[in-house]
Design a protein around this ligand. Structure first.
Ligand code: ADP
Length: 190
């Protein structure tokens, strides 16, 4: 069983690589962004609550995110493990995730961090915004907020896993297949 945290700034390619990893390793994709967008689309109470944070590029409060992830882990049976994508995004979320997994007799195998320079991120997100229908992808100010929130609140999560000797950094610029091969070789070494 592998439980992988796929980490990186908005636009780093986490979603793209997750899809390929799911196919190769039979893992369950747990993307908190996707889960929130599903709630939003269905107009649930949780979706309405998350909407105001998401549309401005701010983080949804920890307790809301943690509760949603806990539900998803509990309801998932017979999996080869999880790819956590977009979660944990704060150190408090990382601590909560360790406890949750422990309760289910699992642990994080490792964090794989995709590194991409800011200028390339901004270009990628704007390009995605042309087709993604995501309001948070279509406006420079919102994109800048998300990158700032990442640097201020999310980057410390890498230190958290580094402190457990579980961090591997990978260059997220280049051909999708090449990046995927590097990620797969890290996973195969777990
Ligand atoms: P990105 O493409 O910017 O990485 P995501 O699709 O992962 O974005 O998430 C979109 C938005 O959903 C975030 O900007 C944030 O408002 C909210 N969100 C997703 N995951 C989390 C999380 N773990 N903690 C707090 N907010 C989150």
């Amino acid at each position: 069983m592998y439980n992988i945290v796929l980490f990186g700034p908005p636009g780093a390619g986490k979603g793209t690589q997750s899809e390929k990893l799911i196919q190769k390793y039979g893992l369950t994709h747990l993307s908190t962004g996707d889960l929130f967008r599903k709630h939003l689309g269905e107009g649930t109470e949780l979706g309405l609550l998350a909407k105001k944070y998401m549309n401005e590029g701010h983080l949804v409060p920890d307790e809301v995110v943690i509760g949603m992830v806990e539900n998803k882990i509990s309801e998932t049976k017979d999996t080869h493990g999880f790819i956590f994508d977009g979660f944990p995004r704060t150190t408090a979320q990382a601590e909560a995730l360790d406890k949750m997994l422990e309760n289910h007799k699992m642990e994080i195998s490792g964090m794989i961090a995709l590194e991409v320079p800011q200028e390339i991120l901004k270009e990628r997100i704007k390009e995605r915004g042309k087709t993604s229908n995501r309001v948070d992808d279509q406006d420079d100010a919102k994109i800048n907020t998300r990158i700032k929130v990442y640097l201020d609140e999310t980057l410390p999560v890498a230190d958290y896993y580094s402190g457990q000797n579980k961090l591997t950094k990978i260059n997220g610029v280049g051909k999708i297949e090449k990046i995927f091969a590097e990620i797969a070789s890290v996973i195969d070494s777990y």
